[in-house]
Design a binder for this molecule. Structure first.
Ligand code: ADP
Ligand code: ASP
Ligand code: MG
Length: 409
């Protein structure tokens, strides 16, 4: 049997009792005859707590120093899990991202993996050891410690699975798979037993936290199947769809079928006129990642108009960016706060405007006004007031998912 990569999220390693449960599950996987690589997140809310500490020291903390700080969270879990495995009689060794050969670009705080050189991991597996890897981190080609953006331990797991030619990659969390909406928001979400890479990527990019978008992109490129499961679940049996969600290449569904609703609350809308590429250069210089870029070039007369959405998730120096934006562009560029985005996801969702009209009607019926609507071939996104985001999610879930018979398999 070959290599299995298992990733355990923050809630699964939140305290020592939970760490021991994870250790037990890892040992059972090893005893079933697999070579096991375990990727761990920081314990519980450690990453948020470390960020909180940084913000107490500086309102716009330096990105390199943030990486030095945040990467410590996963190092605590890796060492403790390795000790717990040894207590249970396992032969385990822990490695940081750098020691595992996770090479990234030099974009601090949301670095991308560019290469994996897992020689030390392979050597230890060959010695029969269980290898525990600190997720969410790597080392740049300049030999600086980097982190991969929030939720980045999933990406570590998939990248290692690809580099090791793993049999499968399990993402274990507090929820037993990907649901049609966040189970914390919607009362009767449906578990989706299999999802395509594209559907999952759109769900993740639209805010469904359960799987990280970059991880899914990696899995798609390398053709790796991802199994999203509850940490408390049994080890995978012969039928991988019996529980959890498997993400893999799938035959297409009936076009236009909505598979899920996802939402993102921490967004800023950036609008500028007459600045064109200069604004985009500013964003690159300040490492601000935007999405949903829309440019009206002004060819028809008048100034160009740029609008884009900035996710706050990896924007830890907002104060500095705001100040420099004001200094550079004055009133020609504004950051608008106070709204969130809710999206319906499904292949071919915009073949006609039926879905867009149905969703807009459902939101209106729930008393919600829409600031903006954006579409792609897999997604319709409505921008609504942040305080009403959960209501919007519930309204769209009722309109698109609860009304479906039979449910999406
Ligand atoms: P971990 O710490 O294990 O990485 P996360 O908190 O990143 O876990 O992701 C799991 C959480 O994602 C769940 O607790 C759930 O509330 C949330 N979530 C959001 N959207 C979905 C969805 N569509 N399906 C399942 N869980 C979701
Ligand atoms: N600990 C990091 C975070 O909270 C990475 C992860 O959990 O995947 O975002
Ligand atoms: Mg996560």
């Amino acid at each position: 049997m070959g290599v299995v990569v298992q990733k355990y999220g923050g809630s699964s390693v939140a305290d020592v009792t939970k760490l021991r449960r994870v250790a037990d599950r890892v040992i059972r996987t090893k005893q079933a005859g697999h070579d096991v690589v375990v990727v761990v997140s920081a314990m519980g809310d450690t990453t948020d707590e470390l960020l909180g500490l940084a913000k107490q020291v500086s309102t716009s903390p330096d990105r390199r120093e943030l990486d030095m700080l945040l990467s410590a969270g996963e190092r605590i879990s890796m060492a403790l899990l390795s000790m717990a495995l040894r207590e249970l009689g396992g032969d385990a060794i822990s490695f940081t991202g750098s020691q595992s050969g996770i090479i990234t670009n030099d974009r601090h705080v949301d670095a991308r993996i560019v290469e994996v050189r897992p020689f030390r991991v392979q050597d230890e597996l060959a010695r029969g050891r269980i290898v525990v890897v600190a997720g969410y981190q790597g080392v740049s080609y300049r030999r600086e410690v980097t982190t991969l953006g929030r939720g980045g331990s999933d990406t570590t797991a998939v990248a290692l699975a690809a580099a090791l030619g793993a049999e499968w990659c399990e993402i274990c969390s507090d929820v037993d798979g990907v649901y049609s909406a966040d189970p914390r928001v919607v009362e009767t979400p449906r578990r989706i037993s299999s999802l395509s890479y594209e559907e999952t990527q759109e769900m993740a990019e639209s805010g469904a936290k359960v799987l990280n978008a970059q991880a899914v992109e990696f899995a798609k490129e390398q053709g790796i199947a991802i199994y999203a499961r509850a940490t408390a679940s049994a080890l995978p049996g012969a039928d991988p769809s019996a529980d959890g969600t498997v993400v893999r290449k799938l035959p297409p569904r009936m076009p236009g079928t909505v598979v899920g609703i996802a939402s993102e609350s921490d967004l800023l809308l950036l609008r500028a006129s007459g600045q064109g590429l200069r604004l985009l250069a500013f964003l690159d210089d300040h490492h601000v990642a935007g999405k949903q870029l829309h440019v009206l070039t002004g060819q028809g007369g008048g100034d160009d108009q740029v609008s884009l959405v900035v996710s706050r998730e990896n924007l830890h120096d907002e104060d500095r960016v705001r100040a420099q934006l004001a200094t550079t562009f004055g009133e020609r560029a504004t950051l608008i706060d106070g709204f969130g985005a809710v999206s319906a996801i499904g292949a071919g969702i915009n073949m006609s405007y039926d879905n867009l009209r149905a969703g807009t009607r459902a939101l209106e019926a729930a008393g919600l006004s829409t600031y903006d609507i954006a579409t792609s071939s897999f997604r319709i996104t409505w921008f609504v007031e942040r305080t009403r985001l959960n209501d919007a999610t519930r309204a769209l879930h009722a309109a698109f998912i609860e009304s479906q018979t039979p449910p999406v398999p």
